[in-house]
Design a protein around this ligand. Sequence first.
Ligand SMILES: CC(C)(COP(=O)(O)OP(=O)(O)OC[C@H]1O[C@@H](n2cnc3c(N)ncnc32)[C@H](O)[C@@H]1OP(=O)(O)O)[C@@H](O)C(=O)NCCC(=O)NCCS
Length: 249
Amino acid sequence: MTDRSTQWDTPPSNLVLEPEDVHIWRIALDQPDWRLQHYAQVLAPDETTRAKRFYFERDQKHFTVGRGALRMILSRYAGLAPSQLQFTYTSYGKPALAETTGGDTLRFNLSHSAGMALCAVTRNREVGVDIEGIRELSDLPQIARQFFSANENAVLHTLPQEIQTEAFFTCWTRKEAYIKAIGEGLSMPLDCFDVSLVPGEPAELLATRRVEDEASRWLLRELFPGDGFLAAVVVEGHDWRLRCWQWPG
Ligand SMILES: CC(C)(COP(=O)(O)OP(=O)(O)OC[C@H]1O[C@@H](n2cnc3c(N)ncnc32)[C@H](O)[C@@H]1OP(=O)(O)O)[C@@H](O)C(=O)NCCC(=O)NCCS
């Protein structure tokens, strides 16, 4: 059995990110209005426009807090003001920092679900992170058949009913973290790789069938953001160490 907890520390004021460091930030997206204003002020015009496009006010606020916090977090590593950071986007929509504002070495990935976000930051290592609020799904077997590989479905079926939901979200977050590290979105076939999914067993990217030896290029770790949530991070290389920080620090 693995240790099923994650320690979320208060970051030091002199935060250092060495090439072997992987930092994960936990962000609560429900924030008081005075703080929301503060986040809104650091957004770029296109981000403000995007925030306004959300139909529900709660989603507008969550996007503003998530983007604002992302800018504030990255600014600590880039040594620039949050509003000075510029993002670029791949053709699949994966955001990165512009080279001139820290993107020459800094990499990051963000995920949000059910009022919580995680932001992973690395130096010169591709990274993908995913968080999910655990919820009961009436159509769990159908979703699993649609999105999980044959091997993953076979394992899921062997598990007792009472841990099926947890196993499902364990699998989901691990697959999504890998997809997000690769960055090609759902254009990447979801059945071309297998992850471990039995709760309590080690998190592993077991096999990839698209590129030979691809699985050995990455390391997968599970994260526990809090009650009712599951999360995973996939990072390039095997020689990294994880530190988890609480935002605002
Ligand atoms: C877009 C996608 C990358 C993630 O979507 P998601 O799980 O709904 O959302 P998350 O909260 O985890 O991640 C969203 C963030 O990822 C980042 N992102 C966007 N496109 C990305 C990409 N191609 N690769 C990596 N990260 C990406 C952005 O920062 C985005 O935040 P923003 O919306 O505030 O700009 C993509 O994988 C997707 O569409 N997934 C749909 C879910 C699914 O069917 N998963 C099957 C898993 S078995």
